[in-house]
Design a protein around this ligand. Structure first.
Ligand code: URP
Ligand code: ZN
Ligand code: ZN
Length: 462
């Protein structure tokens, strides 16, 4: 009889389709057997009695080691992926940002150099296109064929944004070659005008960051991007959707039968514009784009997740130290680097405030955090499920474990967490990446550089 590398015994398997008790035997990084009371020899046995066994989390929106806003995001591919793994995420898709004059291949190469020898979990790369002419548009086809099927276009941010003609050309190209465009949807001109108005009025505190980026500026750009996608009949994915007004645009298009998809993030489900009022410039911790919204949006977004109107929960992890980075904007909110950490607490937060409140079923929880991200971004079924032949990317998750989120328990390389003091119920106790236990009881025991670049396939519409 074959000796398996690892046997995870007696766990409660949770997939997007089922919950059932079983053992899982792993060989050469793949799931080899699933069955009840598997009586097989294994080099290592991990007893998961009373714990959920989940497909590893997939976070399709991260910014590691990224030059942005006059500084660089503070997690690199080592610290960022260790934090991800500690929170139950076994694959990320990070944004490789095109520098001026770079080809898309050079952009990817720059990001491979950041990840090589550092990533502890598997990763893919989206290409964020910021300097686009017809040659670059043509290059998208080669990038899709090489395993980079997804592209991000910024509709705002000086130096990064593209115009609608570029957006339309990229949509056409992805339609033609089975790729996917995603958009950061906010109206540049509205924001630019409001920022200047506040500046003229001497309104420089962090809360004016939010006031300069109103929900309708997000909804307008979301609706415009969707209309362009409809015009050329291409699929579209909207990243970090934050509010009801933008959601309505997505829902309308989906109801009409168009392949439009969208993600939201824990910060838009759990934090609010009230955070910008925190004293001593602490509001800067929450400066991100789109900004945090009113609490009235929370139940709307939760329900949208429950009802399949939003398809993915990602983090938009983009950490900057409060001391030394966020405080670059002490005199003017426009100089605060945009972004916040969140890569580590995603599963626990969603389990606690989604499953624990009966808003999300366990199946929906897995669908939003693993299965749908895998399908939409060309990783399925190797990742995103628990099935024979799939990668053995698994999380042993204790649904009863209670913890309080704080900077001290997290592994993110940053001096704060926006979720400080949040009580959670449900926490990963072991993370398995391609058959290797790399985190046990919040301790990283894997090896740097073991994470592989994953060439991704065509998107599946969900
Ligand atoms: O504020 C944010 N979201 N920073 C990261 C870059 C982006 O727009 O996703
Ligand atoms: Zn963005
Ligand atoms: Zn982002």
């Amino acid at each position: 009889m074959e000796t398996y590398d690892l046997l995870v015994s007696n766990g409660i398997l949770v997939t997007a389709a089922d919950t059932y008790q079983a053992d899982v035997a792993i060989m050469n990084g793949k799931i080899a057997l699933i069955g009840q009371k598997l009586n097989v020899p294994a080099k290592t046995v991990l007893n998961a009695t009373g714990k959920y066994l989940l497909p590893g989390g997939i976070d399709v929106h991260t910014h590691l080691d990224m030059p942005f806003g006059g500084t660089v995001s503070s997690d690199d591919f080592a610290s960022g992926t260790i934090a991800a793994a500690s929170g139950g995420t076994t694959t990320i898709v990070d944004f490789a940002i095109q520098a001026k004059g770079q080809t898309l291949a050079e952009t990817a190469e720059t990001w491979h150099r950041k990840a090589d020898g550092k990533a502890v979990i598997d990763y893919g790369l989206h290409i964020a296109m910021t300097d686009v002419d017809d040659k670059i548009v043509a290059e998208m086809a080669e990038m899709i064929a090489k395993g980079y099927p997804s592209f991000k276009l910024f509709m705002t941010y000086d130096g990064l944004r593209v115009n609608d003609d570029v957006l339309m050309k990229t949509l056409l190209q992805t339609k033609e070659h089975s790729g996917l465009v995603s958009v950061h949807a906010e109206n540049y001109y509205v924001i630019d005008y409001l920022i200047k108005e506040f500046l003229d009025q001497g309104k420089s505190e962090p809360k004016y960051h939010a006031l300069s980026r109103p929900p309708l500026a997000e909804a307008e750009a979301t609706g415009r991007a969707i209309k362009l996608a409809k015009l050329v009949n291409a699929p579209l994915y909207v990243v970090h959707l934050s509010c009801q007004e933008a959601l309505e645009e997505v829902v309308r298009a989906r109801d009409e039968g168009f392949p439009i998809m969208a993600e939201t993030c824990p910060q838009y489900l759990l934090l609010s514009e009230d955070n910008y009022e925190e004293s001593d410039f602490q509001g800067a911790k929450y400066v991100m784009s789109p900004p945090l919204r009113s609490k009235a949006n929370h139940p709307v977004l939760w329900q949208a997740l429950a009802q399949g109107k939003l398809q993915v929960v990602a983090t938009d992890h983009c950490p900057f130290f409060f001391k030394g980075q966020k405080d670059m904007g002490r005199n003017f909110f426009g100089k605060i680097p945009n972004g916040a950490p969140g890569i580590e607490a995603r599963l626990s937060l969603l389990h606690t405030y989604g499953v624990g409140t009966n808003v999300l079923s366990l199946q929906k929880f897995v669908e939003l955090t693993s299965t749908n991200p895998a399908k939409v971004f060309g990783l399925y079924p190797e990742k995103g499920t628990i099935a024979v032949g799939s990668d053995a990317d698994l999380v042993v998750f204790d649904p009863h474990m209670e913890r309080t989120i704080s900077k001290e328990i997290l592994h993110e390389n940053v001096d704060y967490t926006p979720y400080e003091g949040f009580k959670v119920k449900g926490y990963p106790v072991a993370t398995i990446a391609r058959g290797q236990v790399i985190v046990e009881n919040s301790k990283f025991i894997g090896k740097r550089g073991e994470g592989r670049f994953i060439k991704r396939k065509a998107p599946i519409f969900v």
